[in-house]
Design a protein around this ligand. Structure first.
Ligand code: SF4
Length: 337
């Protein structure tokens, strides 16, 4: 059994990325089979519960208020609307429901409203995930108390490339939020984006930063940049698809137990490229027609692809996912107050 390592060097990860393609994929597939069912893929659905109008300047993001991308700022969705979307996602086969809000960080007054959503979704028997921006320590604890399973907060890139992409918050701010989330006992979903113009060495730097966190993230989303007109990264030279597969494979080898997720950019991937990613160790996808504000393959297409590849959706452990009705009621009452 491959041991979990937290002492990867950047040079070692770069050396993985530089292996002959077949050697890299074979090694990743071997590690994958040691730790996971190679034919099971975890399925999450992502809902934007508060879209647009974000004060941050992430150069890839159509939700940043400062870029003219046509994304209109909306208010936080109400509880019933979120619950209806979660029920539909569950009916379509999703086991995890991720709620995303375009905030720099949530205000304390937002927390009870989000807590009510978490409680209600959890009561459906789904795993819950939230991505709300930077979190304080008390906010992380409040979300945990509401029944949240995962918190998503990405490192986005290698530390030295980060300042080319984001100027309104520091890399250390991200590490601090991850620390609060970890200390609150939440599972961590943390990955990055490739295809932003970074070098292979810098992709190794992103994977190195992830693999040397105090604990490997439970989920590692690897996003391929979706170029949106109006954002500074529109027009960036597209990443070689094989380089994307290499990144997935190196993530699998460096973080053997993590769920490696094919995230943004899947709508532009062929079925064959997605199959290669699964072969290289990806075992989680976002499912549903929309990813926050950008497109995603439709559910029927994904189901057909799973059938063609003999892949089944990973079941959620419902027993560990139960939540007491009193928490749901209290959160709903706080949200209504
Ligand atoms: S990625 Fe998040 S924090 Fe950055 S601009 Fe978009 S919504 Fe705001």
């Amino acid at each position: 059994m491959t041991a979990l390592r937290h002492d990867w060097t950047r040079a070692e990860i770069l050396a993985l990325l530089e292996l002959p393609f077949a050697d890299l994929v074979a090694r990743a597939q071997g590690v994958h089979r040691e730790h996971h069912d190679p034919n099971a893929v975890q399925v999450s659905t992502l809902l934007s519960i508060k879209t647009g109008g974000c004060p941050e300047d992430c150069a890839y993001c159509p939700q940043a208020a400062r870029y003219a991308t046509g994304v209109e700022a909306e208010k936080l969705m109400d509880l019933d609307a979120v619950l209806a979307k979660a029920q539909a996602a569950k009916a379509a086969g999703a086991t995890r429901f991720c709620m995303g809000a375009a905030w720099r960080s949530p205000k304390d007054r937002d927390i009870p409203k989000v807590a009510a959503m978490i409680g209600a979704v959890k009561a459906l028997g789904m795993e819950t995930c939230a991505t709300l921006g930077m979190l304080s320590e008390p906010q992380a604890h409040a979300l945990k108390h509401a029944g949240l399973d995962y918190y998503n907060h990405n490192l986005d890139s290698a530390p030295e490339f980060y300042t080319e992409i984001i100027h309104t918050r520091e890399y250390q701010d991200r590490l601090d939020t991850l620390g609060h989330v970890r200390d609150a006992g939440l599972k961590i979903c943390c990955g990055g984006i490739v295809g932003m113009g970074e070098s292979r060495e810098q992709r190794a730097g992103l994977l190195h930063a992830l693999a040397t966190l105090p604990a490997h993230p439970d989920s590692v989303p690897i996003n391929r940049l979706v170029q949106v007109a109006g954002t500074p990264l529109a027009g960036t030279r597209a990443l070689d698809p094989f380089e994307f597969v290499r990144t997935i494979a190196a993530a699998r080898i460096a973080m053997p137990k993590s769920m490696v997720r094919l995230s943004a950019g899947r709508a532009e991937m062929s079925d064959e490229l997605q199959a290669l990613c699964f072969l290289a160790g990806a075992n989680s996808i976002f499912y549903g027609e929309k990813l926050l504000t950008t497109g995603n393959p439709d559910v029927e297409h994904d189901q057909a692809l799973f059938a063609r590849l003999g892949i089944h959706a990973l079941e959620v452990d419902v027993e560990s996912n139960t939540v007491h009705a009193d928490i749901v009621e209290r959160c709903a009452a706080e949200a209504a107050a």
